[in-house]
Design a protein around this ligand. Structure first.
Ligand code: ADP
Ligand code: MG
Length: 618
């Protein structure tokens, strides 16, 4: 069971790791060389130990010339010939031999660390490449996902997935290479060396494996659960930071600093506790392993020591015994490494699931296989039996509506009656739950989303601008803004004179979300943005509602200017602005209750006439 899920974890991580085969291969090669030289740096010590521990009686212990009986015996042969030649050297010129061994041990150490660094070098590239790719695809996905996803999921949650979950994958990518290519090989090479040194003692060390495997599997399981909670809490944490910093003005104005602070501290405290728990569990496995390892090592020291003291150690000299202990202690490192890697993988599995949740989020707004291109809007936009609901309550009910090219349609009605929702259906931010929209008789679902949206300009109540220059914002989404076109757009939008009064005109940086501009200025820039795009259909959703009277006048002039010759649907709060519309629709609870021109509706003396009286218009 445990092994099964571990293998599944592995598969997905490997998929990411081996996107960069060349770099991964270099990491593997460097790691292998590291393992070899690590071992050599220890084993090459044996002659020195022999030299130092030798006394006159044993120094002349004859060493047989190497023989090779079969190919399987290569290890033994190498060992014998090394011992044979070293012994000869030690006997003929002990001081030179000592120097020679010291130099070769140093070389082994140097190369070991050289290759370790090589592995780290390529690893750094690999892990960051994987992180970059993952973030790119998450971000792309987030941009493509429908508005309904963004209103359901918290922004902070997405940020956590892009940040700390991706971080877990980064760690796992490194772990997986070590788990597959370094540690098992290190274990095998070390084990072979141990067997060559002393098969009896090696038998003992095999105790370690099943015991630690059991320990690790228990810890990994509970680690997964905690890790999931921790990552979810990270999402809440980011959401809290994001919300508070975006609303900092309101937080201060309402004297809510203490309130927001204590709410944040509560979330942060839970986060701290959960992550602490995760760390504790994650770090426990290798430590337990080391303890178990040390216990077994001491058992070996005891067992081997007794053998030597009793003079029963067949072929087990002091120096070989010492080397055995040193090499054995080196065996613990890769075994620990395996356990650490496994627990990293368990944690990464959780993060991978969270990342895949975003990547595999189904598209709600689907494009046809071979979508038509909406070249021109020539005739009319039609709503046919359109109903829509966000959750269960209907927001729009069975709407029928025809808008002719060039007309200005006004939508009025109390807030929450579904006006913004109606507008959102036109660029397909949402699709109707039933019924359809047609442009010139063609269902809008048959057009490519890009070509559909390119025909639509939008100005909303809240002008959403981006950090950048005035020009970048007016020519939003274009790599090479056309200054002349932007100037024309700015003039129509009543924005030209204030832009020229800014420090650096069109190059002026307007700050995060355009914070360095006034509300009216921001709105006029967002109108200029809509004009620059030169759309056929204009959607204006309470574009003037957030403004003071003077700005409203300027913005309204701008709007009147761009609506000329365009097809516009205008949601207006202030009825004075819709008097001239070709058709006024009065909405209530998702239903169009009245429609007609200003005069027609007034004479009807219904809701519209009532609104007009309320606003002193009559
Ligand atoms: P209006 O623009 O006329 O004020 P909206 O179209 O914004 O009204 O909203 C119509 C109804 O839909 C409201 O009752 C509102 O609560 C609900 N609503 C709006 N947006 C969402 C959303 N993203 N998720 C769920 N319900 C929503
Ligand atoms: Mg609205």
């Amino acid at each position: 069971m445990y092994l099964c899920s571990a293998v599944k974890d592995l598969k997905e991580i490997i998929k990411y790791t081996f996107l960069y085969k060349g770099t991964a291969a270099l990491v593997v090669v460097c790691n292998l060389l590291f393992v070899v030289f690590n071992l050599l740096s220890l084993v090459l010590f044996i002659p020195i130990l022999q030299l130092i521990f030798s006394n006159p009686d044993t120094a002349v212990r004859p060493i047989p010339a190497p023989t090779m009986e079969s190919l399987l015996d290569v290890g033994n042969y190498l060992k014998q010939s090394y011992e044979y030649h070293m012994a000869q050297w030690v006997q003929s010129d002990p001081k030179m031999a000592l120097l020679g061994v010291c130099i070769s041990v140093f070389l082994a150490f140097f190369l070991k660390n050289f290759f370790r660094y090589g592995a780290v070098w390529f690893q750094s590239e690999l892990r960051m490449a994987v992180v970059r790719d993952l973030r790119n695809s998450l971000f792309n996905r987030a941009l493509v996902l429908p508005l309904s996803y963004h209103s359901n999921e918290r922004k902070g949650d997405l940020m956590a997935r892009m940040n700390s979950d991706v971080g877990e994958i980064e760690i796992a990518v490194v772990s997986v290479l070590e788990l597959l290519f370094r540690e098992p090989i290190a274990v095998i090479i070390n084990l072979i060396t141990l067997i060559l040194l002393s098969p009896e003692l090696t038998l003992f060390s095999l105790f370690l494996l099943p015991v630690s495997a059991f320990v690790i599997s228990r810890i990994s399981k509970s680690l997964k659960k905690t890790a999931k909670l921790g990552q979810e809490q990270t999402g809440l944490l980011y959401a809290a930071i994001d919300e508070a910093l975006n609303g900092i003005r309101i937080v201060k104005a309402f004297g809510a600093i203490r309130f927001v602070q204590s709410r944040f501290e509560r979330i942060n405290l839970i986060h701290q506790k959960l992550i602490t728990k995760t760390f504790r569990k994650k770090d426990l496995a290798p430590l337990l392993n080391e303890t178990i390892g040390a216990l077994i090592m001491l058992l070996i020291v005891w067992f081997g020591g007794v053998l030597i003291l009793d003079h029963r150690g067949v072929g087990l000299s002091g120096e070989v015994f010492l080397t055995f202990i040193i090499v054995f202690s080196q065996l613990l490192r890769p075994i620990q490494g395996i356990s650490t890697s496994l627990s990293n993988l368990a944690k990464a599995r959780v993060s991978l699931d969270r990342i895949n949740e975003v990547l595999n989020q189904p598209d709600v707004i689907l494009e046809e296989k071979d979508p038509a291109i909406l070249a021109d809007f020539t005739n009319r936009l039609t709503f046919q039996n359109v109903s829509f609901s966000y959750q269960s309550d209907p927001v729009l009910c069975d709407l029928n509506l025809e808008i002719k090219k060039g007309q200005t349609i006004a939508l009025v009605g109390e807030s929450g009656s579904g006006k913004s929702t109606l507008l959102d259906l036109i660029p397909r931010f949402y699709d109707p739950s039933s019924g359809s929209l047609f442009i010139d008789g063609v269902n809008i679902k048959q057009f490519s989303i890009e070509s559909l949206r390119s025909k639509i300009g939008m100005v909303t109540q809240e002008p959403l601008l981006f950090n950048g220059s005035v020009l970048d914002n007016i020519a939003f989404g274009e790599d090479f803004p056309d200054l002349e076109k932007a100037t024309r757009a700015a003039k129509i939008a009543n924005a030209y004179s204030f832009i020229m009064a800014l420090e650096s005109g069109f190059d002026y940086n307007i700050g995060d979300r355009g914070n360095k501009l006034s509300g009216g200025q921001k709105q006029r820039i967002s109108i200029a943005r809509a004009i620059y795009k030169n759309p056929e259909i204009l959607l204006l959703d309470e574009a003037t509602s957030a403004l003071d009277t003077e700005s409203e006048r300027l913005v309204q002039e701008a709007l009147d200017a761009i609506m000329k010759g365009k097809t516009s649907i205008v949601v207006a709060h202030r009825l004075s602005t819709v008097v001239n519309a070709d058709l006024i629709l009065v909405m209530s609870k998702g239903i169009i209750t009245e429609q007609g021109s200003h005069e027609q509706l007034l004479s009807k003396n219904g809701d519209y006439a009532h609104f007009c009286r309320l606003q002193g218009l009559k």
